[in-house]
Design a protein around this ligand. Structure first.
Ligand code: B12
Length: 301
């Protein structure tokens, strides 16, 4: 997917005017732009939306047609997408997944993706905050357990389905093994990590939740990955988690792989004790770490 700044030509197409008109508006100061070192004008989507809002253009024209399939999108949602108002978008995702309609939830994510919200932004800023809200509502008794289950399953389905619609980088040969250790059933974080790695050219092997440490060790030995990613959200016991991470770490050392341990189960205290190569706090931080790994380490198999 194309992301980032817009060219004068792209803005002209959006506003249905000539490039020279866009340049004139820019030079007059009505439309903000960034000048590249080479002197080219580049535009941020939010500045174009701001301009359209000021001059009463219909911002809905900017969205790609994926929205036709959504039942509940309205102008304020369109505006939230175009201005990357993640708070509003997370709220909408929360409402959509709680309804339990898998297709609508997928369509919502697809709409975001089609409108320049990257997969990483979507997970870190929309999906996870929505789930944290589910957790808070469940804790305060405002959501029932079956609603939490329905929301998680609906979201997981949509997240996997979206993966088939994402433009992926070519495979670079790196293998990533992703999963959760025994007694850990929270798999949304690791699913997102798995999918983002797949998008970034990794061959991912998804082991899912609740896998005993011995089987994880076997998987590392058999598939000889470059990176092993595990997620822990609510560890049953810190002692068990530390011990199991220790075993995985030893095995990754033998084959020359890197171990990444993520998830909100890694508290500040645990961070200091866990043996791992990287302990991320967001999906965004994983991407830069793993991209450096694939070119610097070759698994010993
Ligand atoms: C959905 C959910 C469930 C679902 C999970 C469904 C599924 N298929 O995944 C089900 C119903 C199974 C469930 C069960 C339970 N749950 Co629950 N659950 C949640 C909820 C609402 C969302 C979890 C989630 O996916 N969050 C999104 C994740 C991705 O966020 P994150 O862990 O913070 O991860 C971030 C980063 O660390 C990174 N990341 C995550 N993993 C990884 C991995 C790698 C490699 C990398 C690079 C990055 C990365 O990505 C995220 C971005 O910021 C949370 C609420 C919450 N606050 O999260 C409660 C919550 C986690 N659950 C909780 C509890 C208590 C339980 C149960 C014990 C309830 C019960 N009595 O049965 C069981 C335990 C099950 C078990 N043994 O694992 C508590 C945990 C409290 C605690 N700290 O111990 C929470 C916090 C709810 C609450 N507010 O109290 N749960």
């Amino acid at each position: 997917m194309k992301t980032g700044l817009l060219s004068t030509n792209e803005v002209a197409n959006m506003l249905k005017v000539n490039e020279s008109t866009v340049k004139r508006w820019t030079d007059k100061g009505s439309l903000r732009c960034i000048k590249t070192p080479g002197g080219h004008r580049k535009y941020k989507m939010k500045d174009v939306v701001q301009f359209m809002d000021t001059f009463s253009y219909d911002v809905t024209d900017l969205l790609v047609p994926a929205k036709e399939q959504m039942s509940k999108v309205n102008v304020s949602t369109d505006y939230a997408i175009l201005t990357k108002d993640f708070k509003t978008l997370a709220e909408l995702f929360y409402n959509t997944m709680l309804e339990g309609n898998r297709e609508n939830t997928f369509q919502y994510l697809n709409l975001l993706y089609a409108n320049r919200i990257s997969q990483v932004e979507m997970f870190d800023n929309i999906v996870f905050p929505a789930f944290h809200r589910v957790g808070m509502k469940w804790l305060s008794g405002e959501l029932r357990i079956e609603q939490e289950h329905l929301a998680s399953n609906t979201a997981l389905h949509a997240i996997f389905k979206l993966q088939d619609h994402i433009t992926k980088k070519p495979k670079h040969g790196g293998i990533a093994l992703c999963g959760c250790l025994e007694d850990e059933y929270h798999e949304i974080g690791i699913t997102c990590v798995n999918n983002v790695l797949d998008t970034n050219g990794w061959t991912t092997l998804y082991l899912g939740p609740n896998l005993p440490a011995e089987s994880f060790v076997d998987a590392i030995e058999n598939y000889v990955p470059n990176i092993v990613c595990i997620s822990t959200t609510a560890p049953k016991s810190q002692k068990q988690l530390l011990e199991q991470c220790g075993r995985l770490y030893e095995t990754t050392r033998i084959i020359g792989a890197k171990l990444i341990v993520g998830g909100s189960g890694v508290s500040e205290k645990l961070k200091k004790k866990i043996t791992a190569d990287f302990i991320p706090t967001s999906i965004a931080s994983v991407v830069s770490f793993v991209n450096s790994v694939v070119f610097t380490s070759t698994p010993k198999g």
